[in-house]
Design a protein around this ligand. Structure first.
Ligand SMILES: NC(=O)C1=CN([C@@H]2O[C@H](COP(=O)(O)OP(=O)(O)OC[C@H]3O[C@@H](n4cnc5c(N)ncnc54)[C@H](O)[C@@H]3O)[C@@H](O)[C@H]2O)C=CC1
Ligand SMILES: O=C([O-])CC(=O)C(=O)O
Length: 335
């Protein structure tokens, strides 16, 4: 039996529970491979008061199922034609709606389908819950965040601090893969991952994690490559049945928990996220992932990268070239 105490213990391991505050969260795409386990994990988050689950198919069933879990939050499912109702009162909106990759596809190959999904969902969110924090999981994240940002801008409600691309899976992978080499608990080897969320736009800064300093040469290159292309491992292993869902649900719940703690007033909640950023704005790169401090107003502080090695500078150069194109493509979609 998955008793309340067990749920609490699980929640305590996965989610910090300090400074609890009542917060309504809406998941858009809750019926999917990520959406279902993400909804489960959000049901375990003690910060969530009301969990609204929306999808163009299947959300009421997922909601009925998740609603039986014995944690305090209320859960409600919404049919395809009830998007605006699902968004009412939301303070945080998490979006895993859209198609995933199959083997042989890049994340950018998802653009034509997912761009209109994000445009339409962002349009509704900007109308109904303009002050909510919007967390975008949908790929290609590098282009979807610019699209949503421009939709909010055109609706006159854009607050750059409140729109996030969820790049947490890269952080989770970097830490897990590193611990796999050096041993120990991944929690003791956190890694800052910057840039964006696809291929060479993903740049793990292993030089800033003391345990990683002894990994050099080919081993270092292999480790960076594994973080940059970790998504491909899952796509290939699933052989046509989609991409990462369970690890992404975990990463999405982890990021959402960090945001909820920040909103609730906890100090010092810092994690990488892909946000509107001043760091490389003068090079035409308006969005960039680096460490951000989360607070009641969202991304309240954006940290610079700190010192990089010559190798990391090279990775950053390739990252910026790719990111710039992805951002321009996002904006061009709405022109
Ligand atoms: N940011 C990241 O690190 C990661 C992002 N992803 C991305 O997340 C997205 C979802 O992946 P999966 O859950 O595996 O796909 P999936 O196909 O299993 O689920 C997607 C869900 O979105 C729903 N949907 C489609 N259009 C919608 C709309 N207009 N409104 C509401 N719901 C809508 C579908 O009905 C489906 O239930 C993909 O784009 C994938 O590439 C996946 C893994 C990691
Ligand atoms: O690889 C994909 O398409 C899904 C994803 O973003 C990831 O697993 O990092």
């Amino acid at each position: 039996m998955f008793a309340r105490s067990a749920a609490r213990k699980l929640a305590a391991r996965q989610f910090s529970t300090s400074a609890a505050r009542n917060i309504n969260v809406t998941v858009l795409g809750a019926g999917g491979g990520i959406g279902q386990p993400l909804s489960l994990l959000l049901k375990l988050d003690p910060h969530v008061t009301k969990l609204n689950l929306y999808d163009i198919r299947g959300a009421p069933g997922v909601a009925a199922d998740v609603s039986h879990i014995d944690t305090a939050s209320e859960v409600e499912g919404f049919e395809a034609d009830k998007l605006e109702e699902a968004l009412e009162g939301a303070e945080v909106i998490v979006v895993p709606a859209g198609v995933p990759r199959k083997p042989g596809m890049s994340r950018d190959d998802l653009f034509s389908t997912n761009a209109s999904v994000i445009r339409d969902l962002a349009t509704a969110a900007a109308k109904v819950a303009p002050k909510a924090h919007l967390c975008i999981i949908t790929n290609p994240v590098n282009s979807m965040v610019p699209i949503a940002s421009r939709v909010y801008d055109r609706a006159g409600v854009y607050d750059p601090k409140r729109i996030f691309g969820v790049s947490t899976l890269d952080v989770v992978r970097a830490s897990r893969f590193l611990a796999g080499i050096v041993g120990g608990d991944p929690a003791d080897t956190p890694v800052t991952v910057i840039g964006g969320h696809s291929g060479e736009t993903i740049v793990p800064l292993f030089s800033q994690t003391p345990a990683a300093k002894r990994i050099t040469g080919e081993a270092y290159k292999k480790l960076v490559h594994r973080v940059q292309f970790g998504g491909d491992e899952v796509v290939q292993a699933k052989a046509g049945a989609g991409s990462a869902t369970l690890s992404m649900a975990y990463a999405g719940a982890k990021f959402t928990n960090a945001l909820l703690r920040g909103i609730a007033g906890e100090k010092g909640v810092i994690t990488p996220s892909y946000v509107r950023s001043p760091l490389y704005e003068n090079e035409g790169i308006e969005f960039f992932a680096s460490n951000v401090e989360l607070g009641p107003n969202g991304a309240e502080k954006i940290y610079p990268l700190g010192q990089l090695t010559a190798e990391e500078e090279e990775y950053l150069k390739a990252c910026k070239d790719g990111l710039k194109k992805n951002i321009q493509k996002g904006f061009a979609f709405l022109d």
